[in-house]
Design a protein. Structure first.
Length: 416
């Protein structure tokens, strides 16, 4: 069987994109905003895409214009939005920090990345695409270098993103991966699991004031019993489908974790979408640990464009964000600067002067054994290069680069 990883430059709905693939999965990366509209598991002659592609996504190939598009798509990111993408130096609405205007979810989610190189390793064990992005404002002198990778035989894609501060002073920023699930993978009845154990709902004064069903600014310790605005507990661990609400919850990841993760299980497909990343415990000094599991539950609470066809119309958009971040909720860098800690966890990562920090990140589609598909996931751990999914009674080992040793080695080779 052919198992080599491969890479191809493609045109995808008017965008310059890269297709990374092996015999198990396909991952598409756009240069515009680093959007990943597709991460799919190959099935028969087709594939099951887990990533959300909004039906309102602008696919004309024309750049967003406030004059032409602003009335319907109120920001550039809504025009280009899809799937998974990196957010930095801002995570949340547009804001101004240190005199620098930052767009919603930051430059990494809005600007066009330069595709510096791409290729397959000579041994066929991995394929990669290297993207770079320079700060558009010299007052925040950051540069980003991102390697997106698929390894042969592994049902996953990886990203190693290095942030370099070229200035003479440290810069504190937000950083997130905005994984967003949609149909055909996401369906009512899917189950949600995360590595966090302490949670908080979005506070008052956010975009969720008028869309949510959850009590605002409330702490709780289980997704099974989140506080509702009507005083009744809400089970957030089950995807409900379109119920007319949109909510946001953040959860702090313990500093004792060696691996952070989130997991959404489709029990009918017996398929799990897993994000995983190095935790704080034992992390090298030049790497970043994401401190929060965030859940954006877009279940129909936005009666305005582009979520609805017209202002006051019916929200037609169903998706689930399983975002992992260093940020205070998704309230933007200015809010994080004012709230440097949440649930005992830092809301910013500091890039020292004339230094760099790297985030290693993985996303997998795991075909589950019957027992794992039927029972609640209680933990996910890395054992060497194996990812281990656990329930109360059983476990399943998956052959993945769970320790990120392969990713680190690959990037090191490409840098020589």
């Amino acid at each position: 069987m052919h198992t080599a990883a491969d890479v191809e430059r493609i045109a995808y709905f008017g965008r310059n994109s890269v297709l990374l693939s092996n015999e198990k999965v396909r991952a598409i990366v756009d240069d515009l905003g680093g959007m990943m509209p597709e991460f799919s598991l190959k099935k028969g002659k087709g594939a099951v895409n887990a990533h959300w592609i909004p039906d309102f996504r602008g696919n004309s190939g024309l750049p967003w214009s406030s004059h032409l598009h602003g009335q319907y798509w109120k920001a550039n990111i809504l025009y280009i939005l899809a799937g998974d993408f990196p957010c930095s130096p801002n995570f949340g609405p547009d804001c101004t920090v240190d005199g620098v205007g930052l767009p919603a979810h930051g430059w990494t989610a809005n600007e066009r990345w330069k595709l510096a190189s791409s290729g397959a390793m000579q041994d066929g064990n991995a394929a990669y695409a290297k993207f770079t992005l320079e700060s558009p404002d010299v007052r925040m002198p950051l540069s980003y270098t991102k390697y997106d990778v698929v390894q042969a035989g592994k049902p996953a894609y990886y990203s190693a993103m290095t942030i370099e501060n070229h200035g003479d002073a440290p810069v504190s920023i937000n950083l997130a991966r905005h994984n967003t699930l949609g149909s055909p993978f996401l369906q009512a009845g899917c189950r949600i699991y995360v590595s966090a154990e302490r949670f908080m709902t979005a506070p008052e004064g956010t975009e969720f004031d008028d869309t949510g069903r959850l009590a605002q600014g409330a702490e709780f310790d289980s997704l099974l019993k989140a506080p509702g605005r009507d005083g009744k507990p809400v089970d957030l661990s089950i995807v409900t489908g379109m119920i007319g609400y949109t909510d946001f919850v953040t959860g702090a990841i313990s500093a004792q974790k060696a691996l952070g993760w989130s997991c959404v299980v489709n029990p009918v497909l017996k398929l799990a979408y897993v994000t995983f990343f190095p935790g704080p415990q034992g992390l090298p000094n030049d790497e970043i640990a994401l401190g929060f599991n965030d859940l954006w539950m877009q279940y129909g609470g936005r009666n305005f464009t582009p979520w609805a066809l017209h202002e006051g119309g019916a929200d037609r958009t169903f998706c689930l964000g399983t975002e992992n971040a260093v940020a205070a909720f998704a309230n933007g860098l200015a809010y994080s600067r004012a709230h440097p800690e949440l649930l005992g966890t830092p809301t910013m990562v500091t890039i020292p002067a004339k230094s760099a920090r790297t985030l290693n990140y993985g996303t997998a589609l795991v075909e589950l054994e019957d027992a794992l598909a039927a029972e609640a996931i209680t933990d996910i751990e890395a054992e060497g290069d194996m990812l281990v999914l656990k329930t109360a009674r059983t476990y399943q080992r998956v052959s993945l680069d769970a320790s990120f040793s392969g990713l680190r080695e690959l990037v090191s080779r490409l840098l020589k």
